[in-house]
Design a protein around this ligand. Structure first.
Ligand code: ARG
Ligand code: ZN
Length: 497
C-alpha cells in the first residue's frame, strides 16, 4: 500500500487535472521489475536512467553511510509512480523538485509516488536522501556489503547497488556516474573511473570519482578503507590507478606483482579485442575474504585470496577481458552470462598460451576429457544456465570450450575478426547470445545454429569430430593437464553469497 502524503504539490496537481484535457492521463505505476525472467523483481519499469550523481559520507568505525542521490532519467511510459531498488533508510524523495511520497515494498523496492504524474518521454530528476548501516541490511537473507577491518566494500554480482545507492538495478539500464565520498582523513574512498580531485576539510577528505562511459549498476563499486594508491600509464596510453589495502600482510607482494601489471595486460588484450574502451584502468585489493574477483568497470575488485599462492596474472587477464566482454558490451538479460564468462575464461586460455603453459586447444581437450558424459557439468547449458547455475564451472569452462569449437569451425581469420569486432559492434550497449550468433554468422558467412545448439544449449556432452575423438578421453587416452589449469580454475570460486 502506498501512503499518500498530501502536499501542496498534490493539491496543485489535483486542481490542474480539472483543467487539462483527458488525454493527459494520470499514467500507471512502473513495473517493479525490468522484465528479466531470471530475476523478475530486479530493475524497474517505466523509466531509463542516464546519470547517477552520488554524494556520500562514510564512517568506517560504525559502518554508517549517508547520502544524497540525484538520478537523471527519462520516462518510457505515462507514470503515476515508479520503483527504485534500495535497502537503506530514506528520509526524503523529490521528483522534479517537489516532494514525493515513498513506501517500501517486497525485498528491495522503494515505491515512489510523485504529486504530479509523469508524461511518457519526459526528463525526470529524482533526488533521494538516505542513510543507514549497510551491513545491517539484508534482502532474501543475504548481504553483499562486505565489511573489512578498516571499512567496507560494495562489489558483487548480480546484486550490489541496493546497499549503497538507489537505482534501476539491471544491466539493461546503463548510466554514467559521479561518485563523491567524504571519509575521515587517513581513510581512502575508491570507485570507478577517474579520480577528478580530492579535497580536505575539518578532518574529512572527499574523493570525487567520475565514470564518463555507460556503466551497469552491478559494475559500480565503492571501497572504503586505508589504501595505498599507485598511478601510471600503459605503453598504449591508458591511465592506470590501483589501490592496495595497507593491511594485506603476507599477500601484499603477490597482489602488487599481479595487479601492477594491469597496464601491460590491458595493452596485450587490446591486440585481441581492440582499443581499451574506458578512460582509466586498474584494480583494488581490499582485505576481504570472498573467493571471487569482479570486473567492476575500470576498477576491478580482487580478493586477497586470489594471490595467496603467489602472483596471479591469469585472474587479472580474466577481469580485464570483462572490460570489453561484459562492461563495454553488457548482457541484455542475465541468461546471456556466457558472453561475459566464456570470453573472460577464453582470454585466460590465450594468456596461458602466451606464457607457454598450455594452448587453448590443449585446455579445451582437457576440459572435454575431464568431464565424463554422465557428469552433471554437461547438464548446464552455458547459453541459458538458469539463475541457480549462472556462475557454475560449466558457464566458464564449457563456455570457453564452445568458443574453441567456434574457432575451429570458422577458422582463425574469421574467429579473431569476430573477437575484435564484437566490442565495436555493440560499443557501450547491450547484446544477447542470439545477437552474438548472428554477428559470428555475418562475419564468417556460415550458418552456426547447429554449432551453438550443440555447444551452448544441449544438456549433454557433445560428440567431437571423429578426427579428434581418438586423442580424447572416452577412448582411454589420458589428456595431460595444462600447467595453467589450477590457477585458471581458481578464478571463479562460484559461491554466490
Ligand atoms: N564475474 C565474476 C568473475 O569474474 C564472478 C562473480 C560471481 N559472483 C559471486 N557473487 N560470486 O568471474
Ligand atoms: Zn568473470
Amino acid at each position: 500500500m502506498h501512503r499518500r502524503i498530501i502536499t501542496p504539490g498534490v493539491l496543485a496537481a489535483a486542481s490542474l487535472l480539472l483543467a487539462i484535457p483527458a488525454s493527459a492521463t494520470s499514467g500507471t505505476p512502473g513495473a517493479p521489475g525490468i522484465g528479466d525472467p531470471y530475476y523478475p523483481d530486479y530493475g524497474n519499469g517505466g523509466y531509463d536512467v542516464s546519470h547517477y550523481d552520488l554524494r556520500l559520507r562514510y564512517r568506517p568505525g560504525t559502518d554508517e553511510l549517508q547520502g544524497t542521490a540525484t538520478i537523471l532519467a527519462r520516462t518510457t511510459q505515462d507514470l503515476s509512480g515508479f520503483d527504485l531498488d534500495f535497502l537503506l533508510d530514506v528520509s526524503e524523495v523529490r521528483v522534479n523538485g517537489s516532494r514525493a511520497a515513498f513506501a517500501r515494498s517486497g525485498e528491495h523496492e522503494l515505491v515512489v509516488t510523485p504529486g504530479t504524474p509523469l508524461a511518457k518521454g519526459t526528463p525526470v530528476t529524482i533526488v533521494v536522501r538516505y542513510g543507514g548501516v549497510p551491513s545491517a541490511k539484508s534482502a532474501y537473507g543475504f548481504t553483499t556489503w562486505h565489511r573489512t577491518p578498516d571499512g567496507a566494500v560494495a562489489a558483487d554480482e548480480p546484486e550490489a547497488a541496493w546497499w549503497w545507492f538507489p537505482s534501476n538495478d539491471h544491466p539493461g539500464d546503463k548510466a554514467t556516474y559521479d561518485v563523491s565520498v567524504a571519509v575521515p582523513d587517513g581513510t581512502q574512498a575508491i570507485s570507478n573511473g577517474t579520480l577528478q580531485s580530492t579535497t580536505s576539510k575539518l578532518g574529512w577528505t572527499t574523493y570525487n570519482w567520475r565514470q564518463n562511459k555507460p556503466q551497469a549498476t552491478y559494475l559500480a563499486t565503492l571501497a572504503l578503507g586505508r589504501f595505498d594508491i599507485t598511478t601510471g600509464t600503459s605503453d598504449g596510453g591508458v591511465p592506470v590507478l590501483n589501490a592496495y589495502s595497507r593491511d594485506l600482510g603476507d599477500d601484499d607482494g603477490a597482489a602488487r606483482a599481479s595487479v601492477e601489471r594491469t597496464g601491460e595486460l590491458v595493452d596485450w588484450l587490446s591486440g585481441y579485442f581492440g582499443p581499451y574502451p574506458f578512460a582509466s584502468a586498474g584494480g583494488y585489493v581490499p582485505r576481504t575474504t570472498t573467493g571471487y574477483a569482479l570486473e567492476t568497470q575500470t576498477r576491478v575488485y580482487y580478493s586477497p585470496k586470489q594471490f595467496r599462492n603467489g602472483s596471479n596474472t591469469s585472474v587479472v587477464v580474466h577481469e580485464l577481458a570483462h572490460q570489453w566482454y561484459g562492461d563495454d558490451v553488457s548482457l541484455k538479460g542475465w541468461k546471456d552470462i556466457w558472453i561475459n564468462e566464456g570470453f573472460a575464461r577464453y582470454a585466460q586460455w590465450l594468456w596461458s598460451e602466451h606464457e607457454g603453459e598450455g594452448t587453448p586447444r590443449e585446455l579445451a581437450d582437457y576440459v572435454y576429457a575431464s568431464h565424463p558424459a554422465d557428469d552433471a557439468f554437461w547438464t548446464v547449458a552455458p547459453g541459458d544456465p538458469g539463475p541457480d547455475h549462472q556462475f557454475d564451472a560449466a558457464v566458464y569452462d564449457r563456455g570457453a570450450l564452445a568458443i574453441q569449437a567456434l574457432r575451429e569451425e570458422i577458422g582463425d581469420d574469421a574467429f579473431f575478426a569476430v573477437l575484435k569486432g564484437w566490442p565495436k559492434e555493440h560499443a557501450y550497449g547491450n547484446a544477447s547470445v542470439a545477437d552474438f550468433q548472428e554477428y559470428a554468422e555475418r562475419v564468417s558467412g556460415r550458418p552456426l545454429a547447429a554449432l551453438f545448439g550443440t555447444w551452448l544449449f544441449a544438456p549433454s556432452k557433445p560428440a567431437v569430430p571423429a578426427a579428434r575423438a581418438a586423442s580424447l578421453a572416452g577412448t582411454g587416452t589420458r589428456v595431460a593437464r595444462p600447467r595453467s589449469w589450477r590457477r585458471i580454475e581458481a578464478t571463479n570460486d562460484v559461491h554466490r553469497h
